[in-house]
Design a protein around this ligand. Structure first.
Ligand SMILES: *Cc1c(COP(=O)(O)O)cnc(C)c1O
Length: 376
């Protein structure tokens, strides 16, 4: 039988034409026409003050960490159940990641645990919108305001999800997006920093341009450019931006298709949930169909189900090793709450294949393979 991979990068429109056009125009370094078109798209569609493309979400998180002006020993509060970069970007600045547990329903950082983790050294809260499902942003922004903290949304999985009508990534002081090939909208590697607070916009441009005021120079605001701050090279090539812009032209269609795949899985697997064999994600009409996962009753069931599916050519994956128990997490971070939910669910969660070109037949084959496993 034809294998079903976990993920498959795809082309949907003018990706290759736009790359050819960028070559023809003779501008392949950063901040050409395609990058600017992407910036405008994010600013208009998401309602952010300033969008800046980066070469990854990791890079956007690193920029946000620099903009938070952290000193050695300052602390940030984040979930342990997340991708490495959420913590690493801040550890690079000498900050201490303080991990809190997640909610059992959404697998997002438990907003009720944040205040108890705040110390005089806390500078920022970094919520992660897991699977594109929004964190409780009203509560988080309220806590941040009362304690004078910055909020960096890790919206790597959350492009085009909303919270109370507002785009995820546009609510905190900063939002970080990813266009890695496993995300909804892709450019191979790629990301964006959303600067939602005007106060940080100018410095963000400088940090992204190797610590120089080159962006101002190109706009004719200064007559030469020079080294003015710390920074790095965070901007993508026009080749990447050209590919990305072609995907953005189809962003709503891509999102709708992924949501349909999630709905198909949820419908087909509902009987197994009713029979108490597994738990399905708490569905939310405002999310973007980024991920479909199931939660099994034990690590052992998960291990056996993976083997059962792989034998049929179906490739599910699990993640994450909770950061509080990872070697670098133990070295650079600490826990700010109990970790019972993270420790438990990370052993039992399984992500099913989900990519733009999946067919109804693929989803049906995966669902019946899972049903087959449980009636063995
Ligand atoms: C994918 C992901 C990242 C990293 O994105 P890159 O673009 O690969 O750097 C960061 N955080 C979360 C939650 C992610 O899912």
């Amino acid at each position: 039988m034809k294998p079903i991979p976990f993920n498959k990068p795809f082309i949907i429109g003018h990706e290759l034409d736009y790359i050819a056009d960028a070559v023809a125009q003779g501008h392949l370094s950063g901040d050409g026409g395609y990058t600017k078109s992407c910036h405008r798209w994010f600013e208009e569609k998401l309602g952010t003050r300033r969008a800046l493309l980066t070469h990854s979400c990791t890079a956007a998180l690193e920029m946000a960490a620099i903009l938070c002006d952290l000193q050695d020993g300052d602390e940030i509060i984040l979930p342990s159940y997340t991708f490495v970069s959420t913590a690493n970007a801040f550890a690079l600045r000498g900050a201490v990641p303080v991990f809190v547990d997640i909610r059992a329903d959404t697998l997002n950082m438990d907003e009720n645990l944040i205040e108890a983790a705040i110390t005089p050294r806390t500078r920022a809260i970094v919520p992660v919108h897991y699977a594109g499902v929004p964190c409780e942003m009203d509560r988080i922004m309220d806590i941040a305001q009362r304690h004078q903290l910055l909020v960096v949304e890790d919206a790597a999985q959350a492009l085009l999800s909303t919270y109370k009508g507002r785009a995820l990534g546009s609510i905190g002081h900063f939002g970080c997006l990813s266009f890695h090939e496993t995300k909804n909208i892709i450019s191979g590697e790629g990301g964006a920093l959303l600067v939602n607070d005007e106060r940080f916009a100018k410095r963000a441009e400088i940090i992204r341009e190797k610590g120089t005021n080159r962006s101002q120079f190109f706009r004719g605001e200064v007559d030469k450019y020079t080294w003015v701050d710390i920074g790095s090279s965070y901007l993508p090539s026009e080749l990447v931006s050209a590919f990305l812009y072609a995907q953005l032209e189809h962003a709503d269609e891509i999102t709708a298709k992924r949501c349909r795949i999630c709905t198909a899985y949820a419908t087909q697997l509902a009987p197994l949930q009713q029979a108490g064999k597994l738990r399905l994600p708490a569905f939310d009409g405002d999310s973007n169909g980024h991920m479909f996962y199931i939660i099994l009753d034990s690590l052992d069931t998960r291990t056996r189900l993976i083997a059962h599916l792989k034998a049929q050519g179906i490739h599910p994956v699990f993640h994450y090793v909770p950061l509080h128990s990872s070697p670098a997490g133990l070295k650079y971070g600490r826990v700010g709450s109990g970790m019972a939910v993270t420790d438990d669910l990370s052993k039992r969660l399984l992500r099913l294949p989900l990519y733009y070109e999946m067919s109804d037949a693929d989803t049906a084959r995966i669902s019946s393979a899972i049903q087959g496993f449980f009636s063995l």
